[in-house]
Unconditional design. Structure first.
Lengths: 194, 240
């Protein structure tokens, strides 16, 4: 009886700990992390960029995002092609978002709420610029090994995964997977040069 | 004792689905997966023509529009440009109010009217936007393209107009409709009206001069990217 009670308490505590980390908490902690880097007076711009890219590494479900943007062509990729695609696409998107974040000038984020359905969550936010304009932003998350990871970002209703998927599908259908990888390599190189 | 066992079993069962999710890693993403309309795209039967216009707009942006807007931003301070934007936005309130009515959005209609009253009086003829700042009445974009969308009309076909940029048959028809329901169109002679519209477009462009250049750097096929952004954004506005 006593032992069972302990087990029960442990299970309860465990599920509470899991339940405590809501998708909104996860998104907020990542955004707070990025903002604390951005407002830091000690870090140089390159250091800030590196730190933001590290945050993006852990925040986003990269294998899943890579599969989503490849869509129906995921099956046509060889394992080697897929791992190269994943590496390049991740690098590219990290540069794109780090650059967007680095333009931070005191914008505020208001968290509107979260919806969870079938292991997929949506966190709604509003970005308020210093001039007072409001831009709706949403994050989509899915659960991996008990952790919520971001797999899509929507700005004013425009899904990043959807947008890249449409472009990538067109390129693969015209130039094949190798054609896509060629374009990606060039794009990443150009982004790194900036 | 027994109910405790039951509770433990229940808790374990409840926490199972989360772990099952992890095994789905290798599942090939279907077209759903919470990405509604993922494979839906803007119908684009005129793509070759649109791509030609896109090429023209690209040159027009780098050679004319961007340098002109940068010069304009340097000469005219941002506060003044904001006021011009507010004033013109307020001027076109009747068009948004009529579209609210056509979509039977009565709450939005009343809010729009309240905005108009507040900004025309307290906001000195619309130069400022106290409605958004103090009265929690933010801008709400409505146009006849959205009205048609709410009525269930699809995009029909994408058009990337020279100079004017991304649109579709439905939204272009909406723009024409908006002109005809605008009282201002009848008060001013045609050229003045379109002149004001052009000023409004150019002035609001001056707040986001580099946006197109950034989109180009961030995309693999800028034409497809922008077409898709337009498509997603319009659908988002219609859903609201």
């Amino acid at each position: 009886m006593k032992r069972l009670g302990v087990v029960f308490a442990l299970v309860a505590a465990f599920s509470l700990a899991l339940a405590a980390e809501t998708p909104l908490d996860v998104v907020k902690s990542h955004i707070d992390g990025v903002i604390s880097v951005l407002v830091s007076k000690k870090l140089s711009v390159t250091q800030k960029k590196r730190r933001i890219m590290e945050e993006l590494d852990t925040a986003i479900d990269w294998p899943y995002v890579s599969k989503l943007v490849l869509g129906i062509y995921y099956k046509k990729c060889s394992p080697g092609q897929f791992s190269e695609f994943e590496r390049l696409f991740k690098e590219f998107v990290k540069h794109v978002y780090a650059r967007k974040f680095l333009r931070y000038s005191g914008e505020r984020i208001i968290y509107k709420g979260q919806r969870v359905e079938d292991g997929i969550a949506v966190v709604d936010m509003v970005l308020v610029t210093t001039k007072g304009q409001k831009i709706p932003i949403a994050c989509r998350l899915s659960k991996r090994d008990g952790r919520w990871l971001i797999y899509d970002v929507l700005i004013e209703g425009i899904s990043m995964v959807n947008n890249y998927r449409i472009q990538i599908n067109r390129i693969i259908s015209k130039k094949g997977v190798n054609g896509l990888l060629r374009i990606l390599r060039r794009k990443v190189k150009r982004m790194e040069g900036r | 004792m027994r109910w405790m066992l039951l509770l433990v079993a229940l808790l374990l069962a409840l926490s199972l689905p989360c772990r099952v999710g992890a095994w789905n890693m290798e599942v090939i993403p279907s077209t759903e997966q919470g990405l509604e309309g993922t494979n839906a795209t803007m119908p684009d039967p005129f793509e070759p023509v649109n791509r030609a216009f896109f090429g023209f707009n690209d040159r027009f942006y780098y050679w004319v529009l961007r340098p002109a807007a940068k010069g304009y931003s340097k000469v005219v301070p941002e506060a003044v440009r904001r006021s011009i934007d507010n004033f013109l936005y307020n001027l076109f309130t009747p068009v948004r109010m009529i579209n609210d009515l056509l979509q039977l959005k009565l709450k939005k209609f009343v809010k729009e009217f309240a905005r108009f009253l507040a900004n025309t009086t307290v906001g000195v003829g619309g130069l400022f936007d106290p409605a958004a700042k103090w009265y929690h009445l933010p801008r709400q974009d409505e146009d006849m393209g959205q009205t048609f969308g709410v009525w269930g009309v699809g995009e029909v076909a994408y058009i990337d107009w020279p100079v004017l940029g991304p649109s579709c048959i439905r939204d272009s028809a909406g723009d024409v409709g908006d002109t005809f329901i605008d009282p201002l169109f009848y008060l001013l002679s045609g050229w003045y009206y379109f002149g004001i519209k052009a000023i409004q477009k150019f002035n609001s462009f001056s707040f986001n001069v580099d946006q197109y250049d950034e989109i180009k750097q961030e995309s693999f096929d800028p034409y497809i990217s922008i077409r898709n952004m337009y498509y997603q954004h319009r659908r988002h506005l219609i859903r609201e």
